[in-house]
Design a protein around this ligand. Sequence first.
Ligand code: B1M
Length: 210
Amino acid sequence: MADFRAIADALKAGNAPKVKELVEAAVEEGVEPSKIVNEALIVGMGEIGVLFKNNEVYVPEVLIAARAMHAGLDVVKPLMADQDVATAGKVVLGTVKGDLHDIGKNLVGMMLEGAGFEVIDLGIDVPPHKFVEAVKKDKPHIVGMSALLTTTMPAMKQTIEAIEAAGLRDEVKIMVGGAPVTQNFSDEIGADGYAPDAASAADLAKELVG
Ligand code: B1M
């Protein structure tokens, strides 16, 4: 039987090969990929977050755990994205300027792909003008921004302002998310929607294009 606790523990220990092996075994057993993500990988990462907050582990341990998380995500990603051809719409996605956190953004991207969206991932530390360029070039239905730091949340507002200044605001819907982001903040900066987690982000994207 799939051992979610063992996967979370291997992730916390930063043991990427073990995470990969256990996730592959769970997949082979027929466990739903989203269950592996939500009940093992996100749980392990959440626990590392608590240890980090309490100064019980430091940046290197978190980085190694993040790498182990990616090793697990790499196994499930193709399985979550392959059900559908991308017909639901196009999303330009990125972590805003100054912010290097990408695990949540990557999960959102995976869930969007799983829901049939084509995702153009601009990566991390994406300045407002890069979002604007992507809107011009790729003509997405939605721009999705992620921020994990209170200090980088203002970059979401700056990005919306840059999209407005370029005269493109009416051409895209804008959705935001990330641990410190709230519905109130989303309303304040004039985004079209906020989602608290990756699964809700996919639902929100469907609503926004619907
Ligand atoms: Co960072 N870090 N970090 N960190 N880090 C946090 C965010 C922090 C809360 C830890 C803490 O103190 N408790 C804290 C922020 C405090 C604050 O601003 N309020 C913090 C800090 C302070 C820092 C540094 C400043 C530390 C330092 O250097 N002294 C530094 C900043 C670097 C920078 O960005 N400029 C830093 C660095 C790092 C690492 C590089 C070591 C690493 C990132 C590795 C990587 O991403 N590749 C890291 C990590 C891993 C974390 C924690 C531990 C985990 C984040 C994570 O991946 N969570 C985090 C503590 C925590 O959150 N518990 C922390 C798992 C992920 C699945 O959740 O990203 O929330 P999350 O995504 C969710 C939802 O938020 C939502 O869906 C996702 C899936 O359900 N979502 C969206 C996310 N984006 C969305 C977009 C949407 C919709 C939903 O629409 C578009």
